[in-house]
Design a protein around this ligand. Structure first.
Ligand SMILES: [Ca+2]
Ligand SMILES: [Ca+2]
Ligand SMILES: [Ca+2]
Ligand SMILES: [Ca+2]
Length: 532
């Protein structure tokens, strides 16, 4: 009854102000982005609900990477579509990083607001938010703001939120209602209900702390490693669960690795046990997020917004569980650290589909811009919209992906280039690594010193030097290859081609799928000559 009265009231308003566009006429989608913190691709196995409501109803990107496997630079990339060297946030702390290092005058929420979107952020934000500048500050571009203030961000109970400029503390007494993941979910559900009553489409950014480590201490916490705190109802759900067997766990021979890895001691029994408990608690902490994703999708359905909402689920970076002697953490360029889950659902996103192309978190903002029709004023995104890959599963761009590494206590900064087949890393210390991921998916034997790979190494080094300073288009350079016709037969020419497969396409065109010797894949499309 109440609802009908509200609808009538809105109808009356529309009659009075005919110039304002009705929501029903605004066909632009809402956008909901759900981001976890330090979640590995492998841990998606704990998220049945998410795989059901987003995976089965949408598209799963199986080769999604982050361009910098650290919270703040990665999130700055999400909000700008730019690599670290373009947005300038290299680390989590000032002066080379942190919230205070990002120019927020032109970034995703501002672009969306300018295009008429209402914008909401809930949960974790850029590191240093609340400490780099006064905690009451709200950055430009946000219609509604419920954001955790550092350092309280890392408390699953007893965190402080900046609510549209006013600080409020939650869960100091450990009341399960205020467990951060559940509370952020409730905030998101409330926001969806509220926003669905308005006319303009909305952008909701929902960022959970889980499965990142954080307080309070749990009775079964190991002494040797920081862990997250799972929701009380999910404690020990994964007790006894071991990380999947991985040959790189406690890597025996590290003579192929950089000096800072060689300096690491082997993982002893106490550490190994701590890694297991951490692994279990991290999966357990994801269960509340998984329930949250299902509730958010349910709230969109309830509000009648689901079919016109683009939903993305991803993480800001991966995590180590003992691979290459790394008991925890991320930042480094090894696969468990740089690969993340990426699931999408909504208008223009095929259902129950998978995509194998290499994609990066710099692609997310351009994807949102294409979906919403907003434009990136003042910045040139380095990534590109994923919609062409969604509509065309065979399409290959042939670009290299860049991974940038922040200097840390125990490791030097690095730049890395990832193709389908190879990853090539150069550290500030002069160390180099090169892996053939087809033959060595666990990165056990770096080939950088192998003379048989000297030519490849030289080529990758030359491309990495350009990619490490790329801007926009130059971040998307393709292999040199062209398709031409002799009569009606297509010919492909190019540098260092390994294989070419040509297929007829609909509409009298052909597509050549070209693989280069350095493991890049690109498709070339060409219409057939007249009469063929
Ligand atoms: Ca993170
Ligand atoms: Ca814990
Ligand atoms: Ca436990
Ligand atoms: Ca090795």
């Amino acid at each position: 009854m109440k609802r009908r009265a509200a609808l009538l009231a809105i109808a009356a308003l529309l009659l009075v102000i005919p110039a304002a566009p009705a929501r029903a006429q605004d066909t632009r989608p809402n956008v909901v982005v759900i981001m976890t913190d330090d979640q590995t691709l492998e841990s998606m196995r704990a998220m049945d609900g998410t795989r059901r409501v987003l995976g089965r109803q949408g598209t799963t990107f199986e080769r999604a990477f982050v361009s910098n496997a650290l919270c703040c630079p990665s999130r700055a990339t999400f909000f700008t579509g730019q690599y670290s060297h373009s947005h300038g946030v290299i680390g989590n702390r000032l002066p080379q990083g942190g919230y205070g290092a990002l120019d927020t005058r032109e970034w995703l929420p501002v672009w969306l607001q300018r295009a008429g979107y209402r914008t909401i952020h809930i949960g974790k934000f850029l590191n240093g938010y609340g400490t780099d500048r006064p905690p009451t500050e709200v950055p430009p571009g946000w219609t509604e703001w419920s954001t955790s203030v550092d350092p309280s961000t890392y408390n699953y109970f007893g965190y402080t939120l900046n609510e549209n400029g006013i600080l409020a503390q939650y869960g100091l007494d450990g009341n399960p209602l205020y467990y951060s993941s559940d509370f952020y979910t409730q905030r998101a559900v409330d926001a969806i209900e509220r926003m669905s009553r308005g006319r303009e489409p909305f952008f909701l950014s929902l960022a959970y702390l889980a499965p990142h480590s954080g307080g309070p201490r749990d009775p079964d916490d190991p002494a040797a490693l920081p862990t997250p705190s799972p929701a009380p109802r999910h404690m020990n759900r994964f007790a006894g669960e071991r990380p999947p067997a991985d040959p790189s766990f406690n890597e025996l021979d590290v003579s192929d690795k950089p000096a800072f890895i060689q300096a690491r001691p082997p993982i002893n029994a106490v550490r190994a046990e701590a890694i297991e408990e951490n692994y279990e608690q991290r999966l357990e902490s994801l269960l509340a997020v998984d329930e949250g994703v299902v509730r958010v999708v349910g709230a969109l359905r309830e509000a009648g917004e689901l079919s016109r909402t683009l939903i993305m689920f991803t993480s800001d970076n991966g995590f180590f569980h003992g691979e290459h002697r790394l008991p925890n953490g991320k930042v480094l360029g090894y696969e468990p650290s740089i690969r993340v889950p990426l699931l999408m659902r909504g208008p223009g996103v095929p259902r129950g589909a998978r995509r194998r192309q290499l994609v990066t978190n710099a692609d997310l903002a351009p994807t949102i811009l294409e979906a919403t029709g907003a434009s990136a004023a003042g910045r040139v995104p380095d990534g590109r919209s994923l919609f062409p890959l969604l509509s065309d599963p065979g399409l290959e761009w042939g670009r290299d992906l860049l991974v940038e590494g922040t200097p840390g206590l125990n490791q030097p900064a690095f730049d890395a280039l990832r193709t389908y087949r190879y990853i090539y890393l150069e550290y500030d210390s002069g160390d180099v690594e090169l892996y053939d991921l087809e033959r060595d998916p666990y990165q056990l034997e770096s080939l950088h010193a192998d003379p048989r790979h000297a030519r490849l190494r030289g080529e990758l080094a030359a491309r990495l030097a350009l990619l490490a300073v790329c801007r926009g288009r130059s971040c998307r350079t393709r292999p040199q290859a062209q398709i031409s016709f002799r009569g009606c037969s297509p010919r492909v020419r190019g540098r260092r081609l390994e294989s070419v497969r040509v297929r007829a396409r609909a509409g009298s065109a052909v597509r050549a799928r070209v693989r280069t010797r350095d493991g890049r894949v690109v498709t070339l499309d060409r219409p057939l000559p007249p009469g063929c």
